[in-house]
Design a protein around this ligand. Structure first.
Ligand SMILES: Nc1nc2c(ncn2[C@@H]2O[C@H](COP(=O)(O)OP(=O)(O)OP(=O)(O)O)[C@@H](O)[C@H]2O)c(=O)[nH]1
Ligand SMILES: [Mg+2]
Length: 281
């Protein structure tokens, strides 16, 4: 198996930009992926943002179940970490997020008025690993499509300030991973949710991981989605059956890569059902 690492030059550069801009911000929104609430957080974030107040925003919550979210919210409550589940794509969870923002606006204005200064908009930076929906969330908060979004990790290449309708100043930033992904299982999950480029982790590898994960944790998926009634003993055989159920066959075998790409896409689109790849211990 290849070792997964993805820290190209543009990420190192982005890290420097984020560090420079952090001092200008009042609040950091750390955007993680709701399906992997632990693995999709950058352990080096503090090095970039110092002690700035941070709210953890778990985006793509539409791909997870409420009971799973509750488990994590409890976990974060114990850790005294402000956290909220949202779905930028469906505009879900914004009431809760706005409560946090109102609290921070209140604190900022009280601080400024105390010092005889005029209130100004809250300055917020969106940070996180690639493809978690930082830009999509910024667009919802800004009330219009100000920045580019897309289903490809590493889309945003530079920091960009945007003024929102709600009198906020929002800073988009590129997704940043860290130089060494020590936990390779976690890295595999990041590849499955689409936060790692396929150059760093090809589909045949993260697809294989997903297939095995589903076989262990969500075996019913194969009957529900691919009409495979009796689960075979080995994942290799299961892959063959999934491929056959979709006609992804060629002379002498299956179209393996295509099958993995299809499986990953269906998972990422929520077609296999709503579930997280990790729950708190
Ligand atoms: N299912 C689902 N998909 C979402 C949601 N929000 C964003 N996406 C999708 O996730 C993909 C990435 O969104 P972006 O906003 O470009 O992500 P980003 O974090 O800015 O990515 P980088 O700039 O590459 O770091 C896009 O295809 C979005 O449509 C959501 O709430 N639910
Ligand atoms: Mg972006």
């Amino acid at each position: 198996m290849t070792v997964i690492n993805w820290f190209p030059g543009h990420m190192a550069k982005a890290g420097k930009q984020v560090k420079e801009q952090a001092s200008l911000c009042d609040l950091i929104l750390e955007i993680a992926d709701a399906r992997v609430p632990a693995s999709s957080r950058n352990p080096q974030l503090k090095q970039y943002i110092g002690k700035k107040p941070t709210i953890l925003v778990l985006n793509k919550a539409d791909l997870t179940e409420k009971y799973e979210q509750e488990k994590w919210l409890n976990h974060f409550k114990i850790k005294k970490q402000d956290a909220v589940f949202v779905a930028a794509r469906h505009k879900l969870g914004f009431k809760e997020l706005n409560q946090y923002l109102d609290r921070e606006i209140g604190k900022l204005h009280a601080y400024l008025i105390d010092r005889g200064r005029r209130p100004r908009p809250l300055r917020i930076m969106m940070v996180g690993i690639p493809n978690t929906g930082k830009s999509a969330l910024l667009n919802v908060m800004a009330g219009s499509n100000k920045v580019k979004t897309g289903n490809k990790p590493g889309l945003t290449r530079s920091v960009q300030w945007v003024r929102s309708a709600e009198n906020l100043e929002l800073l988009d930033s590129p997704g940043i991973l860290w130089p060494k992904l020590n936990d390779q299982e976690a890295a595999m999950r990041l590849a499955v949710v689409g936060s790692i480029s396929k150059d760093a982790c090809p589909e045949v590898e993260c697809g294989w991981y997903l297939l095995n994960w589903l076989m262990e944790h969500r075996p019913q998926v194969f009957a529900e989605r691919y009409r495979i009634e009796a689960l075979p003993e080995y994942a290799e055989e299961l892959l063959n059956e999934v491929a056959r159920s979709r006609g992804m066959v060629r002379k002498g075998g299956i179209r393996e890569e295509e099958t993995y790409i299809m499986l990953l896409k269906e998972y990422r689109d929520g077609k296999l059902g709503k579930f997280m790849l990790e729950l708190p211990e």
